[in-house]
Design a protein around this ligand. Structure first.
Ligand code: FE
Length: 353
C-alpha cells in the first residue's frame, strides 16, 4: 500500500516537473523568437494614414516589423537626446525643413550612406551631409473663389496685401509651422522689413480672426466668409478625393494659384526621414528609407497624402499632374528654422493671432 502511494506521488511530482520545464522552455523559446523578429523603430511626427499603409506593405515584403513611436518633433528629438545610446529609435520622420535641420543640429541623427537612397532623392531635397532626406514636398499656395475672383488680378503673395482684398483674405493662425516657415522664407528672400510689411498687410486684409486649419479656410471661401486663402497643396488634393461629398463640392469651387511665378517662386516645404544616431537596427532602417523613397513607395505616398513625391519616377495623382510644373522658391530649405523665432516675433508685432 505504502509502496503504491509512493509510486503515485512520484508520478505526480515528475509530471508537474515535466510540465513546468516544458512551459519554461516554451517561454524562453517564445521570447527568443521575438528577439529574432526583425524590427525597425520609427519615431514619427507625421500622422497620415498612408504612412501606416506603406509600413504594412514594407512588412509584407521584408518581414521587418515597423514599430511606431508618435509625438511632436520636439518631443521625439528630446527623447532621443535623453536616451542617448540606449535609444531604440532607428528612423526619425518629421515635417518641415527647419525641424529636420533642428534634429540634425541636436545631434540625434547620423549620415545615411545608401546609394539607392541618394539616387531616389534629388540633391535639392536632402541635407548636404545626408543626415536627413526628403520623402515628400508641398507648396503653400493661394486658393480663390472661382465665382468671385478673377485670377489675373492676383499673382503673388504680395498681392494679397493690396487694398483690393480688404476683408477677403483667409489664413490659419500664426502658431502654425506652415505660416512660420512661409514667413521665414520671405525673411530669407527679401529681409525682415519686407516680411513684416507683408504680414502686416495680410492682417489688415483678413476677413476674420485666424481660426481652424488649412481646410477650414477652403470651407470659409465656400460659405462666402472670404474670397482668397493661403493653403498647402495636399489639402486641396485630399479634399478633391474625399469620401465626404461636401469636401469635394467645396474644392470644385476653388481655383488654385501658384504664386510668384515671375519672381521668387511658390513656397515649398518638405517631409523627411533621418537615420537615428544610435540606431540599433540600422540595416532595417535603411531598407525602410529606401522603400519609402522608391518609385513604388513614392507612388503609394503621393496617391495617399497628395504631397509631391521627391522621386521623379513616382506616379502622381491626376489633380497634381493637372497643376503642371511651377516655379518653386529656390532657397535652402534647411534655413527655414533659423528664422522661425524672428517670424514669431513679427507675427506678434503685427497682431497675427
Ligand atoms: Fe498638414
Amino acid at each position: 500500500m505504502k509502496q503504491r502511494i509512493k509510486k503515485r506521488f512520484l508520478i505526480v511530482v515528475s509530471s508537474i516537473l515535466f510540465i513546468t520545464i516544458y512551459f519554461i522552455f516554451q517561454l524562453i523559446r517564445g521570447e527568443s523568437l521575438e528577439d529574432e523578429q526583425p524590427i525597425v523603430n520609427v519615431f514619427t511626427a507625421r500622422h497620415y494614414q498612408i504612412d501606416n499603409e506603406i509600413f504594412k506593405e514594407f512588412t509584407n515584403r521584408t518581414g521587418i516589423q515597423v514599430k511606431e513611436v508618435k509625438g511632436t518633433a520636439e518631443e521625439l528629438i528630446e527623447r532621443m537626446k535623453q536616451e542617448g545610446k540606449d535609444s531604440s529609435a532607428d528612423l526619425f520622420i518629421a515635417v518641415d525643413g527647419g525641424v529636420l535641420n533642428f534634429a540634425k543640429q541636436s545631434g540625434v541623427l547620423q549620415p545615411i550612406t545608401s546609394d539607392t537612397l541618394l539616387r531616389n532623392v534629388p540633391k535639392g531635397w536632402r541635407d548636404k551631409d545626408n543626415n536627413w532626406v526628403g520623402i515628400a514636398t508641398r507648396s503653400r499656395v493661394i486658393v480663390y473663389a472661382k465665382e468671385r475672383v478673377n485670377p489675373n488680378e492676383l499673382t503673388t503673395y504680395e498681392d494679397l496685401t493690396n487694398s483690393q482684398w480688404k476683408g477677403k483674405v483667409l489664413v490659419r493662425s500664426s502658431s502654425s509651422l506652415y505660416n512660420k516657415s512661409l514667413l521665414a522664407s520671405f525673411i530669407e528672400l527679401s529681409g525682415e522689413k519686407e516680411a513684416e510689411k507683408w504680414a502686416e498687410g495680410i492682417v489688415r486684409n483678413l476677413s476674420r480672426n485666424p481660426e481652424g486649419g488649412d481646410k477650414a479656410q477652403a470651407m470659409a471661401i465656400a460659405t462666402g466668409v472670404g474670397d482668397v486663402a493661403i493653403m498647402n497643396t495636399y489639402y486641396i488634393g485630399q479634399m478633391s478625393a474625399s469620401s465626404d461629398s461636401e469636401e469635394r463640392e467645396i474644392v470644385s469651387k476653388l481655383g488654385v494659384l501658384f504664386p510668384n511665378q515671375e519672381t521668387t517662386g511658390a513656397h515649398m516645404n518638405i517631409s523627411g526621414i533621418g537615420l537615428a544616431r544610435h540606431s540599433p537596427n540600422k540595416e532595417n532602417a535603411i531598407k525602410l528609407a529606401e522603400f519609402l523613397t522608391s518609385r513604388e513607395g513614392q507612388t503609394m505616398l503621393t496617391q495617399g497624402s497628395y504631397e509631391f513625391p521627391v522621386n521623379i519616377e513616382a506616379e502622381m495623382p491626376e489633380i497634381l499632374r493637372t497643376w503642371g510644373d511651377f516655379k518653386q522658391q529656390s532657397i535652402n530649405i534647411e534655413i527655414l528654422g533659423d528664422f522661425h523665432k524672428k517670424a514669431t516675433e513679427i507675427f506678434e508685432r503685427v497682431g497675427w493671432e
